[in-house]
Design a binder for this molecule. Structure first.
Ligand SMILES: [Zn+2]
Length: 285
């Protein structure tokens, strides 16, 4: 088991109005090896929330999987039709993760969650657990997966009757893709996050509105001699054990920054999920 060491939790000045990045780090929620095309990203998706639409490339059926260890909180997979709103009648799954964030998966094939995947509310799932099949049930324009990350305001009343969260939503941070944020029009290959990565990216730079600096390291991350977050920017450093910010790090007024520990080798979640199960999280927001 890793011992968590926190050396600094840093600077917060005037939280940016735009959506924040998720604190969890999630896998692409498709079966390993699936090519996944991003239809709409957190900026282009309809509505004000940082939600994602994506779809398997090639011949389906495509298997949707859990993006991280967690507990199934809600399942709706009784519908069969594509609808046009009022109501949407979406099929969906909500999973609560040990880091406090919830993930949502929408438009499953009828009965594929309770039937094919054999899941029930209250089940503990691991990152990569099969949830059901991609489809176009509900308010969908073609077969795809709608994915989002949020935190309910009230755990006793977390979603609407239609399955929409009553809470804040966050830009999903995804392992093993460029920049760790989904970008419309790109195609990525689904796979596990694995253990904490040793790669350290972007130790130097100036970050402006809507840009993120995401690092994952097994031992230590050091912000380099020149890291500036300008007003409107949001940034994060995440590490397996320790985050060290050296002189030269500067989060300007109006920016939002957090440092957090991602424990890669011990899990307050489901021990059945193996050595790579995770969760975290400590930050100052
Ligand atoms: Zn969507």
């Amino acid at each position: 088991m890793n011992q968590l060491i926190i050396t600094i939790i840093c600077v917060l000045v005037n939280i940016a109005a735009s959506a924040q990045a998720s604190k969890g780090i999630y896998r692409i929620p498709y079966a390993n090896g699936t090519q996944v095309r991003i239809w709409q990203d957190h900026i282009t998706h309809a509505g004000d929330e940082p939600e994602i639409d994506m779809a398997g490339v090639g011949n389906g059926p495509f298997r949707i999987v859990a993006a991280e260890d967690g507990e199934i909180k809600f399942i709706q997979d009784s519908f069969s039709a594509t609808t046009n709103g009022n109501p949407c009648n979406n099929n969906y799954v909500w999973i609560a993760h040990p880091n406090g964030e919830w993930t949502k998966y929408s438009h499953f094939t009828q009965n594929s969650v309770t039937g094919n995947a054999g899941l029930s509310v209250g089940d503990q799932v691991c990152a990569g657990t099969f949830l059901g099949f991609e489809d176009d049930v509900g308010c969908a324009n073609g077969e795809h997966l709608h994915f989002e990350v949020g935190i309910p305001f009230d755990l006793n009343d977390p979603i609407t009757a239609g399955g929409f969260i009553k809470g804040n939503e966050f830009i999903p941070i995804i392992c093993n893709i460029a920049g760790n944020v989904f970008v419309q029009g790109t195609t990525d290959t689904a796979g596990p996050c694995g253990s904490c990565l040793s790669t350290l990216n972007n130790t130097n730079g100036t970050f402006n509105n809507q840009q993120y600096d995401i690092d994952i390291a097994s031992v230590q991350v050091s912000a380099g001699g020149h890291v500036v977050f300008n007003a409107g920017s949001t940034g994060a450093y995440r590490a397996g054990r320790r985050v060290v910010l050296t002189s030269g790090f500067h989060a300007k007024r109006g920016s939002s920054f957090y440092a957090m520990i991602k424990d890669c080798n011990s899990s307050p979640g489901n021990p059945n999920c193996g050595a790579n199960s995770k969760v975290l999280a400590i930050d100052n927001q």
